[in-house]
Write a protein that binds this ligand. Structure first.
Ligand code: BGC
Length: 733
């Protein structure tokens, strides 16, 4: 009877949720039998070994590998290294179980793409899938099987440095991007020589630390958790993500790496995830620092009880798990289940049959021409033109002299952004190099650094002013260094670091028109620039080909089409600021006793969804398929978009809704669809969206997903702040 139930369980698992590409049908049944066989031969210590992960490799590690006490390594890099270490596991350990090599391949392996916040600005899931596919190909050829990506934490507080690694503030855009990245990394078949396992991280709500300070606690209502922070995880699980990483943070007082509510109940139960879960770096050990576990034994028991299968770097499972099983605190069946999840991933990757990679293959794919071209394309499509007064951009054909100024104009390392894996500064085309190449012999290009990014030096200002004076246009490249973004890089100020703004002010004084190119890993608060500088291009940290891509956009070879995935505040004091806020009972007016600041407007400097083009688009003919629908039915909303300018361009049409009156107050706007279309001058296209229970519903007070009767407003527009508007009614059943 028990066997039957297990067998049924496996079948359901195979059909429904164990969705690692390639692990299908008879082959999967065979895999389960091979795992059964392995489990029957493994000692308790060897089982625990599969759940242990360390960083790097040393000779002490070799003994542990031979004894089967390590299942995975991270940060062992390159075909020759991974082969050498793999050989010890496969050829010198008793059972020959291959190692799983993991690495943070966050936005490229050696060919570095723009940071994820940038590629989210493309609003182009196909592009995102394609670049993650390239990242996977380069990584897999170098012996890497598994990336700790995508990071799909919603982030509404740009003080948090890791906002750079995600898709910004919105759960809908975040979900689309999460699924696109998983598809890119894992492809159709991870056994293919060019794909790797994805890892959804950091489960969960790690992007909402109090005060934007990394690793700080998170306190959220269950509704906010479910409506804002969980959707990208659902999308990632549905897209077949093989693994998930549990996070560092507390959530409502309980560490997320030992949280049976969010992991066992929601992730495993409701979302049906049955891949394996890895802890974040020593997040199991940190249960003690949190004051949640008394000692390492307690920490192992609590994390393992929440089905965190693998302990990254903590050494806690290695030290405690076998004893906990021997003491009957942890059932051996639970240990077997965790080991099975890890072994399945190794089988799905084909590691038992092909544990090594060919170093020639690594050389052949690294920085391949098409990869580099894709990096340039992605960077161009990820940039957001925030402002372009008087059509300063693209640079006119008559421009014969350009001054390139600023501490980030020729700083290759910083273009790579945080978490740049094996990306190297020497591979990078800086903005100065890209502009020199594009400008050609007919245009004089001068350069002055002006100052450093974070320092206070002003002695370079005079040189900057001099080159600006002598040029027709000044391109000033400012922003953040790569280490000012990413992990452990929270900032209390969102201003341009150092004296970069003063540098721009000095250049602006010359009267030469200024184009500001901002490279950053987060929205910066740049109200002075927004007011005084005629053109602003948000280039993010654009990767290996960043300088070429900036030149492509400045000269109009690429028409910018990025849109902000996150609101740009006017000042840090507005943070957290996001478009999908709840309505207050006292919306801001000139009256004193309304919801506002005394010293700043309530609106952002640039809203979510904003981004300009070198052409213009007109929206018209908003049409709803009905005035009224029944709850549970769908409605179609369409509009026409016309390119009314002189050049071809791409536009992201965005669909927002608002449920006007509900039993739980709904946000003033919610993105529920978007589509990116390319139009030639004069060309028109109809964009069409379908809204149904998934888009119109929300969690009621009993945490049930419902569509409530009443009026809905709908917008199709070009940002979260502007668009065509209409409304329809949902009838009760
Ligand atoms: C980060 C993770 C990362 C891990 C391994 C941790 O510090 O939080 O995102 O995957 O290190 O490098």
């Amino acid at each position: 009877m028990r066997l039957c139930r297990e067998a049924r369980g496996w079948i359901t698992l195979l059909l429904l949720s164990w969705s690692l590409p390639g692990a299908a049908g008879a082959q999967a049944g065979n895999v389960e039998r091979r795992i059964d066989d392995l489990l029957s031969r493994m000692t308790l210590d060897e089982k625990v070994g599969q759940l242990v992960q360390y960083s790097g490799f040393s000779e002490d590690g070799a003994t542990a590998l031979r004894e089967g006490r390590i299942g995975s390594l991270l940060n062992v890099i390159g075909a020759e290294n991974t082969n050498r270490v793999q050989r010890i596991a496969v050829e010198e350990s008793r059972l020959g179980i291959p190692l799983l090599f993991g690495l943070d391949v966050i936005h490229g392996y050696r060919t570095i793409f723009p940071i994820p916040l940038a590629t989210a600005s493309s609003w182009d899931p196909a592009l995102v899938t394609a670049i993650e596919g390239i990242a996977a190909r380069e990584a897999r050829a170098a012996g890497i099987h598994w990336t700790f990506a995508p990071m799909i934490d919603i982030a509404r507080d740009p003080r948090w440095g890791r906002i750079a690694e995600g898709a910004g503030e919105d759960p809908y855009l975040g979900s689309v991007m999460a699924a696109a990245r998983v598809r890119g990394f894992q492809g159709g078949d991870v056994t293919a020589p060019d794909h790797i396992l994805a890892c959804l991280k950091h489960y969960v709500a790690y992007g909402a630390p109090v005060a934007g300070r990394d690793y700080n606690s998170v306190d959220l209502s269950e509704r906010t958790l479910r409506e804002i922070y969980l959707p990208p995880y659902k999308a990632g699980v549905d897209a077949g993500a093989a693994t998930v990483m549990s996070a560092f943070n507390l959530l409502n007082g309980v560490p997320t790496s030992a949280n049976t509510f969010t992991i066992n109940r929601i992730l495993r139960g409701e979302l049906g995830f049955d891949g394996f879960i890895v802890s974040d770096w020593n997040s199991v050990g940190e249960l003690i620092a949190h004051g949640y576990a008394a000692d390492t034994g307690d920490a192992a028991r609590l994390a393992f009880g929440a089905t965190v299968d693998m302990d990254m770097m903590g050494g806690i499972y290695a030290a405690q798990l076998a004893d906990l099983v021997r003491a009957n605190v942890v059932p051996e069946a639970a240990l077997d289940a965790a080991v099975r999840r890890v072994l399945r991933a190794k089988f799905a990757l084909g590691l038992f049959d092909h544990p090594y990679v060919d170093p020639e293959g690594e050389r052949a794919v690294t920085l391949r021409d098409d990869h580099v071209a894709a990096a340039r394309d992605a960077a161009g499509k990820s940039m957001v033109l925030l402002k372009n007064e008087g059509g300063l951009l693209p640079l006119a054909a008559g421009v014969r002299s350009v001054a390139v100024i600023g501490p980030l104009a020729d700083n290759p390392g910083d273009l790579l952004g945080s978490w740049h894996a094996m990306g190297r500064p020497e591979d990078v085309v800086t903005v100065l190099a890209g502009i020199r190449r594009r400008a050609g012999p007919a245009v004089t290009v001068t350069y002055a650094q002006g100052t450093t990014v974070t320092g206070g030096e002003q002695d370079g200002f005079a040189g900057a002013v001099e080159v600006a004076r002598a040029a027709q246009v000044a391109i000033v490249v400012v922003g953040e260094r790569e280490f000012e973004t990413g992990e452990a890089a929270s900032r209390a100020s969102l201003d341009l670091p150092g004296v970069q703004q003063q540098l721009i002010e000095a250049v602006h004084e010359t009267g030469t028109p200024v184009v500001a190119v901002i490279m950053s890993g987060r929205p910066l608060a740049v109200p002075w620039l927004a007011e005084h500088v005629p053109a602003i291009l948000q280039a993010w940290h654009p990767g290996t080909q960043g300088g070429n891509a900036v030149a492509d956009v400045l000269w109009g070879d690429v028409n910018p089409s990025g849109k902000l995935p996150v609101s740009f505040p006017r000042a840090v004091g507005q943070v957290p600021i996001y478009y999908a806020s709840d309505a207050t009972g006292r919306p801001a007016t000139a009256e004193k006793f309304t919801s506002k600041y005394l010293d700043l407007p309530t609106t952002p400097l640039y809203p979510f969804g904003h981004g300009l083009s070198y052409t213009t688009f007109a929206y018209g003919d908003l049409v709803l398929s009905a005035d009224t629908i029944a709850a549970g039915d769908t409605i179609t909303v369409s509009a026409t978009v016309t390119n009314t300018g002189k050049v071809a361009g791409a536009e992201v049409a965005q669909l927002y809704i608002r449920d006007r009156v509900a039993s739980v107050v709904r946000p003033v706007k919610e993105l529920e669809g978007f589509t990116k279309i390319s139009l030639k001058p004069g060309e028109q296209q109809t964009v069409r969206f379908t809204l149904g229970p998934r888009e119109l519903g929300f969690y009621n007070r009993d945490m049930q997903w419902v569509v409530e009767p009443g009026v809905f407003t709908v917008w199709i527009g070009w940002s979260s702040a502007e668009g065509l508007e209409d409304s329809f009614v949902v009838r009760g059943n």
